[in-house]
Design a protein around this ligand. Structure first.
Ligand SMILES: C[S@@+](CC[C@H](N)C(=O)[O-])C[C@H]1O[C@@H](n2cnc3c(N)ncnc32)[C@H](O)[C@@H]1O
Ligand code: SF4
Ligand code: SF4
Length: 383
């Protein structure tokens, strides 16, 4: 049973002492939970990295963390010319990496590199949706398509109002079961959530929420997270209305909009996805809080790494990145063992991560998502 846990975790060191196996067995006597658990376990451990596939982008969205800190400058011109990419992938394969989150820059500008990763690793990709990633050759790829608000808001924030980017993305990924909309919401745009979600769902796509990280905010973490209270309640309404289509759970929504996980408050000292080979991170790695020991965030030179996927020196107070918060919950299993509801919060977060990233066999219909949301109505009261 111990091995059960070790297998299913995103490669985290677990202090076995803390695992109360008879308690766990009681939780897993629930057939629904046992089913989720078995699937996650079957998929195995995730050894993940993130990589910027290219430093180039065909947009300049307002406040994009990538360009805010000039991560596009962290490339070597030779990366485009020589075989740095192939050498990098071979070395990561050897290191044991089995999952790559592809960001950037705009990955659809380098379909050749995207295809190589797809053919060799489990992966997911974030794209702005302007260039359709072809179906042929990319059939099972999990694709997170960015949207930042209503057609007008999205165009204004990401394109100075010039083109209706949301409509282009909807058209490119209509009824495409590889694609979900990765909807980045800002605190002042909560009233657009209902309409945007409706459009995505009517287009045949699911929705995962992301929460805008305002790198210029003067607010501290508590104030910044508090500004998402309306966003949080609108997301709850979306879950209620479309339980088969929303990939964000109530628990996740609560953790990210509060910035709290039990006795921890979100920030650099508890962040679990920081490059473990990056010298300035060494003190954090020794502070006793759990982290993902395999993780590295590679720049588009395919050689150097930076602090984390979404930052170099910026304040962590406004960091609301959904993937980093997934990791925070997933690695902190121990904290969630106090009751069956808390364990449900943890296990459903794990399952959602594996589901979104197609690490498990997808169910024939979406009743699993409906059941997860139904159960979490109660369970998410624990944080
Ligand atoms: C940096 S982009 C790279 C991939 C691709 N160009 C895209 O836009 O999807 C990765 C994701 O980060 C999101 N993003 C960019 N800046 C952000 C910010 N300040 N806060 C939250 N999400 C942000 C984008 O919307 C996108 O979903
Ligand atoms: S499309 Fe992506 S990488 Fe390009 S500016 Fe927008 S968020 Fe940043
Ligand atoms: S900005 Fe980076 S280091 Fe800071 S909390 Fe976010 S992911 Fe972690």
């Amino acid at each position: 049973m111990f091995k059960y846990f070790l297998d299913c975790l995103p490669i985290v060191t677990i202090d076995l002492y803390f695992l109360n196996m008879s308690t766990l067995a009681t939780y897993l006597s629930d057939p629904f939970l046992a089913n989720l658990y078995t699937q996650v376990r079957k998929a195995g451990a995730v050894k993940s990295i993130s990589v910027d596939l290219t430093h180039k982008c065909n947009l300049r969205c307002n406040g994009c963390y990538y360009f805010e800190e000039e991560m596009d400058k962290m490339v070597d011109a030779k990366a485009d010319l020589d075989n740095a990419f192939d050498i990098f992938l071979a070395s990561e394969k050897k290191r044991g990496t089995n999952f790559i989150t592809i960001v950037g820059g705009e990955p659809s500008l380098r379909l050749d590199r995207l295809k190589t990763i797809y053919d060799n690793f489990k992966m997911n990709v974030a794209t702005n949706g302007l260039i359709r990633i072809p179906y042929k050759g990319f059939e099972q790829m999990p694709i997170g398509v960015a949207v930042w608000g209503s057609n007008q808001t999205d165009a204004e924030l990401r394109n100075k109002g010039k083109r209706d980017l949301f409509s282009i993305a909807l058209e490119n990924y209509k009824n495409d079961n590889r694609a979900f909309f990765y909807y980045t919401v800002s605190p002042d745009k909560s009233d657009e959530i209902e309409l945007v979600v409706e459009k995505c769902v009517n287009n045949g796509n699911k929705v995962l929420f992301n929460y805008f990280s305002d790198t210029h905010t003067k607010k501290n973490i508590t104030e910044y997270r508090a500004s998402f209270s309306k966003v949080r309640s609108q997301i709850e309404k979306a879950i209620e209305k479309y339980p088969a289509k929303i990939l964000t759970t109530s628990y996740f929504n609560k953790v990210i909009t509060s910035g709290k996980l039990y006795n921890q408050v979100w920030g650099y000292n508890v962040c679990t996805n920081i490059s473990t080979n990056y010298a300035p991170n060494q003190a954090r790695l020794q502070n006793g809080n759990p982290f993902n020991p395999h993780f590295r965030s590679y720049n588009a030179d395919f050689t150097t790494t930076r602090r984390c996927c979404t930052g170099i020196n910026r304040s962590c107070d406004s960091c609301c990145d959904a993937w980093e918060h997934f990791s925070w919950i997933m690695i902190n299993l121990k904290k969630h063992l106090g009751s069956k509801d808390e364990f449900t919060n943890w296990l459903t977060s794990m399952y959602m991560f594996y589901y979104i990233n197609r690490l498990i066999e997808l169910p024939q219909n979406d009743t699993t998502l409906i059941q997860i949301h139904a159960r979490l109505g109660k369970a998410s009261s624990y944080v």
